[in-house]
Design a binder for this molecule. Structure first.
Ligand SMILES: Cc1cc2nc3c(=O)[nH]c(=O)nc-3n(C[C@H](O)[C@H](O)[C@H](O)COP(=O)(O)O)c2cc1C
Length: 202
């Protein structure tokens, strides 16, 4: 049996206690049980945040390798390691809380460090081409309010479009919404999300 790798990216401010992390954990546990031989790699971008992408870091990315200063080499090495981790995975699991109508800023920093021309995407005469292929992604989106399927859902299109841009087109979203709308709404949303997880992980 060949080994498969599952990369779990947690992004909650509450680390493993976040609702999104807990749903992702539950999916991963079920997935590992249903797919023996799968190895999980966990990256928690909230507990171990990446710096914001700034001008100095971006210019390290676009400086030819032979001309990079030691500082620029270190910046690129960190980005290269994140990209290798992503490319080495067969399955991507993403915990995705909604914070202030957007994705967690630490997740945006991760995205900014793996979006590299020539590494994860390239432009061709036919438009952009993703270079991170052959993967399936599962996204566990948690929100205090209700947004899925409405114009206020700023996250779903963004994450779907970005993943497609780098080559990951097969993406499943599981939502737990209304988590700040009382115990009944919260319990019901989490129970429905858990049902979806059981179905998806099989
Ligand atoms: C800083 C912060 C900002 C939030 N902003 C929103 C928001 O804009 N919309 C919303 O529906 N819920 C919002 N919430 C509620 C979270 O989406 C909800 O608590 C969710 O469970 C967070 O996922 P987590 O537990 O994995 O961190 C916010 C929570 C925090 C802590």
């Amino acid at each position: 049996m060949s080994t498969r790798t599952l990369l779990q990216i947690n992004t909650s401010l509450f680390a493993g206690h976040g609702q999104s992390s807990q749903l992702a954990d539950r999916f991963v546990a079920d997935y590992l049980a249903a797919h023996p031989g799968t190895v999980r790699v966990l990256r928690d971008v909230a507990s171990q945040p990446l710096p914001h992408l700034d001008g100095a870091r971006f210019s390290a990315f676009v400086t030819p390798a032979a001309e990079r200063t030691p500082e620029q080499q270190a910046v690129v090495a960190q980005s290269d390691a994140l990209i290798a981790e992503l490319k080495g995975a067969d399955v991507l699991v993403l915990g995705l809380p909604m914070y202030n109508f957007g994705v967690p800023s630490q997740l945006k920093s991760w995205i900014d460090h793996i979006a590299r021309a020539g590494e994860t995407f390239r432009y061709t005469a036919n438009g952009p081409e993703g270079l991170v292929t052959g993967k399936k992604a599962y996204v566990f989106a948690t929100r205090g309010g209700l947004y899925a399927g409405t114009a206020l859902d700023s996250q779903t299109a963004y994450i779907r479009d970005f993943l497609r841009f780098i080559g990951i087109a097969d993406v499943e979203f599981v939502y737990a919404e209304g988590l700040a709308m009382g115990a009944e709404a919260k319990d019901g949303a989490l129970a429905r999300a858990r049902d979806s997880i059981t179905r998806l992980a099989a």
